[in-house]
Design a protein around this ligand. Structure first.
Ligand SMILES: NC(=O)c1ccc[n+]([C@@H]2O[C@H](COP(=O)([O-])OP(=O)(O)OC[C@H]3O[C@@H](n4cnc5c(N)ncnc54)[C@H](O)[C@@H]3O)[C@@H](O)[C@H]2O)c1
Length: 298
């Protein structure tokens, strides 16, 4: 089945990027938000990204127009009734995801493929909450979606071959690389990445190095494009906190446990770049490390 009509649930950090790349690839895309204000905010971020692309010569004004022409925002679930593929990118909360999939299950025809962009939740559990577990899979995009080339396509033991192959082919239409994986917590990338960024917080707590030095060490010593604490600020501390809790529930290993400092920063509203402060403060022209977070290693 060729996928041409796409629905995206949530127009936040990930949903807006996913909706943008789908529309940019020529798919008729409808993106859903909970209310008009959040929808306008998400659509404005897409428009800003596309405008910036035109200014930098990355795309033409005509391509921008075409992309916006392929994109429609809505707050009504019913507007997703005729979609070939639904990609869910709402908050990382099991109950919220199950609730919206259950509702859509009664609205979309049985052939519509349901996909979740979850970073940590069990795809099998989401699939089993619907009447279409054979046409349910994981499509895990990376942040920022328009720039990151990888999509992990995750099948469960219930996913039928045709749905899996259709999803892999769809990712190809987005000019992205699909890798095949299965419904194991974290898939490939987060299974390896999450313990690494949590260990960076533990290293900071234990006084191994300062915020700046831990980031510089991994950039210059390993050739990574950014340090782990800068990456954590980008992903969002709240999102990472939820992910760590889900991983720890699954594996019961210390390397997946949320460090005390991370939990306290989330409770204090330090959610990273999106809240203006995390391991760094983003109030000025350049990010400044929040060295007061730990007692030693300044
Ligand atoms: N942030 C990342 O780097 C990243 C990377 C890969 C995957 N993910 C996954 O993507 C998903 C979304 O994460 P995010 O960072 O974009 O979160 P976000 O908080 O930026 O966006 C979530 C959006 O979903 C909307 N929403 C909530 N309930 C809704 C509903 N019932 N209907 C429509 N919209 C609804 C919210 O209003 C919000 O705008 C999560 O499952 C997360 O694990 C995140």
């Amino acid at each position: 089945m060729a996928i041409t009509k796409v629905g995206v649930l949530g127009c936040g950090l990930m949903g807006s990027g996913i909706a943008q790349v789908c529309a940019q690839a020529g798919h008729q895309t409808v993106v859903l938000e909970v209310d008009q204000k959040l929808l306008d905010k998400g659509l404005a971020s897409i428009d800003k990204f596309l405008r910036g692309g035109v200014e930098r010569g990355k795309l033409t004004a005509a391509e921008r127009e075409r992309t916006l022409g392929n994109l429609k925002g809505t707050t009504r679930l019913e507007d997703l009734a005729d979609r070939d593929l639904i990609i869910e990118a709402v908050v990382e909360n099991r109950d919220a995801k199950i609730e919206i999939f259950r509702k859509l299950d009664t609205i979309c025809p049985p052939q519509t493929i349901f996909a979740s962009n979850t970073s940590s939740l069990c795809i099998t559990e989401l699939a089993a909450a619907t009447r279409r577990p054979a046409r349910f899979l994981g499509l895990h995009f990376f942040n920022p979606v328009p720039l990151m080339k990888l999509v992990e396509v995750a099948r469960t033991i219930l996913t039928e071959e045709t749905a899996f192959e259709d999803a892999l082919a769809f990712v190809g239409t987005l000019q992205k690389t699909a890798i095949r994986t299965s419904d194991k917590t974290g898939f490939i990338v987060n299974r390896l990445l999450v313990p690494y960024i949590l260990d960076a917080v533990r290293a900071l707590e234990e006084g191994v190095g300062s915020i700046r030095d831990i980031d510089e060490a991994m950039k210059l010593g390993c050739g990574y494009p950014m340090g782990p604490l800068t990456l954590l600020d980008l992903v969002g501390l709240d999102t990472t906190y939820h992910i760590a809790n889900v991983f720890f529930d699954e594996f019961r290993e210390r390397r997946f446990a949320c460090p005390a400092l991370l939990r306290r920063m989330v409770l204090a509203g330090f959610h990273g770049r999106k809240s203006g402060k995390g391991f760094y403060d983003y109030g000025g022209a350049t990010p400044v490390p929040n060295d007061f977070l730990v007692g030693g290693a300044r």
